[in-house]
Design a protein around this ligand. Structure first.
Ligand code: NAD
Length: 231
């Protein structure tokens, strides 16, 4: 049975990923900062802020204590900040880097320590198409996701000799609470820009993550877009 850790698992894409791995017979550790009560006892529930390296160390020691090993890490936790760059506060920049980029690095570092010993493992980062093509009024978000893409490619090279695969899934617009700030009119206008004509579903991203984790040892360092043809 595979052991999996998913960050940001209380809702949205992370929740769908945790459910998909559980449905495939895996033991799943579900990490989230808030709303841990939204998760039930099928999961090993861990409350933690991924932007804090001490909390991340605690998460991984809890996972090792309970599962004895870690086969798959899904770095999903992320936040977005929208608005003009000239309105971006110092605090918001630090907060978004802390979760979207530092969090991925802290979790990957702890996972690598376990997986290198095992000589086996798989890390999947949830990036964003904006990390590749950039979004107006989401400069900070785009920068963090571009960083995640670079981290993915570099770490894939570093860990390939230890039989650990590192890839990123790069979604387009997915129907989650992250996009709840959009008005009905904005949603419709955005959907019209997407060749598939609609937002993606969290379960569609989860399906891809599950397939990627199913153990193709030669597939590594890739940024795989799932965006309805947007980019
Ligand atoms: P969401 O806001 O619905 O869920 C985010 C999850 O991350 C929540 O469970 C939240 O509690 C958790 N989280 C936030 N900060 C955290 C922290 N500091 N520590 C631990 N957990 C924390 O968002 P979503 O749409 O499901 O997004 C999930 C991932 O997918 C993010 O990385 C996001 O950037 C990426 N993504 C989303 C979309 C989209 O359109 N929804 C598109 C591309 C990429």
């Amino acid at each position: 049975m595979k052991t999996v850790l998913v960050t940001g698992a209380s809702r949205g894409i992370g929740r769908a990923v945790a459910e998909a791995f559980y449905g495939a017979g895996c033991k799943v550790a579900a990490v989230c900062k808030n709303n841990i009560d939204l998760l039930d006892d099928r999961f090993l529930k861990i409350r933690a802020d991924v932007s804090d390296p001490d909390e991340v160390r605690r998460v991984f020691s809890e996972v090792e204590k309970n599962f004895g090993r870690l086969d798959v890490l899904v770095n999903n936790a992320g936040i977005s900040v929208t608005g003009l760059l000239t309105d971006l506060s110092d605090e918001d920049w630090k907060r978004i880097c802390g979760v979207n980029l530092d969090g991925v690095l802290w979790c990957s570092r702890e996972a690598a320590r376990i997986m290198v010993r095992q000589k086996e493992g798989c890390i999947i980062n949830i990036s964003s198409m904006w990390g590749q093509c950039g979004a107006s009024c989401e400069v900070a978000y785009s920068a963090t996701k571009g960083g995640v893409d670079a981290l993915t490619k570099a770490l894939a090279k570093e860990l390939a000799p230890s039989n650990i695969q590192v890839n990123a899934v790069s979604p387009g617009v997915i129907d989650t609470e992250m996009n709840s700030f959009l008005s009905e009119e904005d949603r419709n206008a955005l959907a019209e820009e997407i060749p598939a004509g609609r937002f993606g579903k969290p379960s569609e991203v989860a399906d891809l993550v599950l397939k990627l984790a199913s153990g193709n040892g030669y597939l590594t360092g890739q940024i795989i877009r799932i965006d309805g043809g947007f980019v």
